[in-house]
Design a protein around this ligand. Structure first.
Ligand SMILES: [Zn+2]
Length: 117
């Protein structure tokens, strides 16, 4: 099996498929949807600047990045989580539940974000 990689759009681990055997090196996105979304709603800078204002080790809720009227918008929240996964894959932040880092490709339920120590 080739080395696993993560989607450059949503940050989830890309599951290797046989049909990609020949051009695995070129595969960057896990789906066509992710390819279309690649440059939309990049919240990475917003997440990092919010975290920079907190004391070391403190967390934020991903919804804090969004303006009030978008906080309950599931689509926008997923865009924030995509950006959070990318930052996590880059080693810049942890995605946490109950104070412990979780696998960015595989979490369910509410998360918080924390600068990597
Ligand atoms: Zn993806």
């Amino acid at each position: 099996m080739p080395e696993s990689k993560t989607c450059e759009s949503c940050g989830r681990e890309i599951e290797y498929r046989k049909k990609w055997a020949r051009d695995w090196d070129q595969v960057k996105y896990c789906s066509d949807k992710c390819r279309q979304n690649k440059n939309k709603f990049d919240y990475r800078d917003a997440i990092l600047s919010l975290l920079a204002k907190r004391d070391a080790g403190k967390t934020i809720c991903p919804s804090e990045v969004l303006p009030q009227e978008e906080k309950s918008n599931a689509v926008m929240m997923e865009h924030v989580r995509r950006s959070a996964r990318l930052l996590c894959n880059d080693g810049k932040i942890d995605i946490t539940q109950n104070g412990k880092p979780v696998d960015p490709s595989d979490f369910r339920g509410p998360i918080r974000l924390r600068l990597k120590a």
